[in-house]
Design a protein around this ligand. Structure first.
Ligand SMILES: N[C@@H](CCC(=O)N[C@@H](CS)C(=O)NCC(=O)O)C(=O)O
Length: 311
């Protein structure tokens, strides 16, 4: 974990958000403007390939065919005391800020608000015209991309059909705390009790959705929606990272028939495989969270991409 802003001043000391019982508390996103009349080339997306929330936005940008009208840049996978950074000279993980040549993502937060508070997170949807962050909350960005940005793109799918919106919202709310945030609640718990509570709710939610996905291909029925995007980006990181790093080691996802079938099905949708960068994912988690893994060693396997390529 890295530092955070307090009234525009950067504190690089690691800061752990926890409640009184030692449970991890995720901060609310700070920039929440809703872009209802988007213009082509006005918005730029900053992501990390490691981050499941940012991965959601990359997938939806791809499935809504927005690549030509919403630019995208990625940060370097290693996150230090100054937070996410850019490094155009790293041949293995090239990353640069094409708009301002920033060294760190926090510079963009400060450009947006010189009294900004809180952590510096990805994804960031940048407004090039107003030169500030429009929105840094993935659940807003993926909904905007699927609705108001729709006419700018060449959509391959309708990920947020009107008739299913309330069901999709309900499912996304339902998987957020036990699963998407749940893996972090396991990994960042400050007490054993908070860890076992998080683990229990994670696995009871996984069992529940495993049963459903044995009966139907996607969370809300027969076609993929935003709820599936949200589940996929957590499940695809689970066996290679969370299982070891966050100690979610009760079972692998590949041991659940319904969930693993779903991961394979989603991975084979057009363009999805290219959005997955397992080297960024493993390097980021294992080598950046030194409080969980002090030596920063990146363990091998399981090779999830090879497993997904089979049958
Ligand atoms: N609620 C946000 C969460 C984003 C988030 O927490 N991103 C993490 C990466 S997985 C981050 O940038 N963390 C940096 C930090 O906390 O210092 C969203 O869904 O967009």
């Amino acid at each position: 974990m890295s530092g955070r802003f307090v009234d525009g001043k950067w504190l690089s000391k690691e800061h752990w958000e926890a409640d009184q019982g030692g449970a991890f508390k995720r901060q609310e996103s700070r920039f929440r403007a809703w872009v209802s009349e988007p213009e082509a080339h006005r918005y730029h997306l900053y992501i990390s390939h490691a981050c499941p929330w940012a991965h959601r936005t990359l997938i939806v940008r791809r499935l809504m065919g927005l690549e030509a009208v919403v630019g995208c840049s990625t940060v370097h996978p290693l996150m230090g005391g100054d937070g996410w950074h850019f490094d155009g000279s790293d041949p293995h993980f090239p990353s640069a800020d094409p708009l301002y040549a920033s060294g760190h993502l926090k510079e963009l937060y400060l450009r947006s608000d010189d009294r900004v508070n809180g952590r510096v997170t990805v994804p960031v949807l940048w407004d090039r015209k107003k030169e500030c962050i429009a929105n840094n909350e993935s659940s807003d960005i993926i909904r905007m991309f699927s609705t108001d940005f729709r006419s700018l793109g060449r959509p391959l799918l309708d990920l947020y059909p009107e008739a299913l919106r309330s069901e999709i919202d309900l499912v996304m709310d339902g998987i957020y705390q036990p699963i998407n945030n749940g893996v972090y609640r396991c990994g960042f718990a400050q007490t054993f009790e908070a860890y076992t509570d998080a683990l229990e709710s994670l696995f009871s939610a996984l069992d529940h959705w495993d049963r459903i996905l044995k009966q139907q291909p996607f969370l809300c029925g027969s076609t993929p929606t935003l709820a599936d995007v949200a589940l996929f980006t957590t499940l695809i990181r689970f066996d290679a990272v969370y299982y070891v790093h966050f100690k979610t080691s009760k079972r692998h996802i590949y041991e659940f028939e319904g969930l693993w079938g779903f991961v394979k099905r989603f991975y084979r949708l057009p363009g999805i495989a290219e959005t997955l960068h397992m080297d960024h994912i493993k390097t980021h988690y294992f080598a950046s969270h030194r409080q969980l893994n002090p030596r920063g060693f990146v363990p091998p396997g399981p090779d999830v991409e090879a497993m997904l390529g089979l049958q």
